[in-house]
Design a protein around this ligand. Structure first.
Ligand code: HEC
Length: 158
């Protein structure tokens, strides 16, 4: 082998070994397997269509139960996904929505409406991998209306 070929071969072998090694570092899964009493679907009367939309588009990163795609078993893809789930859940967790004060619920609902209408949620990279998670204009409107009604009803109860 020519020296240059040896170097390329060595580099490729190192990359391959690294790739195989990191496969053993699997992140802990976000799958509690239960629906808490504080889940937004238990806190408010949510029409089934709205509930289905939120579950399909948001729950993977904003609840205690992620439905993992097969490629999440491949690192570093799984790590990137886990980082989004951790950051997403820290900011908003639909599974624990009912444990927030009414003031916080109202402010979270306002954030949710903004993120849906400005199209920054679900995350673009997620929409790329889950085309069905993208929201149409009608779905956005439908969600906005429901959010506004819910916000008003919380404000009235306070
Ligand atoms: C792929 C993961 C992922 C999905 C799916 C996702 N989000 Fe997020 N979301 C995040 C991450 C990460 C953050 C924190 C970073 C940021 O604020 O942009 C976040 C932040 C937010 C925030 C800000 C919360 C706050 O109070 O600061 C809102 C609101 C939100 N998401 C709503 C939604 C809604 C509604 C959906 C579904 C239509 C959704 N997200 C889907 C990952 C996700």
């Amino acid at each position: 082998m020519r020296p240059i070929k040896k170097i390329i071969f060595a580099i490729l072998s190192i990359i391959l070994i690294l790739f195989i090694t990191i496969q053993f570092i699997q992140p802990v899964r976000n799958t509690s397997g239960q629906v808490l009493q504080t889940d937004i679907s238990n806190t408010y009367k949510i029409p089934p269509d709205i509930s289905a939309l939120i579950k399909n588009s948001c729950y993977d990163c904003h609840s205690n139960n992620t439905v993992y795609p097969w490629y999440s078993n491949i690192q570093p893809v799984g790590w990137l996904l886990e980082a989004d789930i951790k950051n997403g859940k820290d900011k908003l967790n639909f599974s624990e929505f009912g444990s927030l004060s009414s003031r916080r619920q109202i402010s979270k609902l306002r954030n949710i409406e903004n993120r849906i209408t400005d199209g920054t949620m679900p995350l673009p990279v997620y929409r790329l991998m889950h085309p069905s998670a993208g929201l149409t204009d009608e779905e956005k409107q439908f969600l906005s209306d429901w959010i506004q009604n819910t916000r008003d009803s919380i404000a009235l109860k306070r």
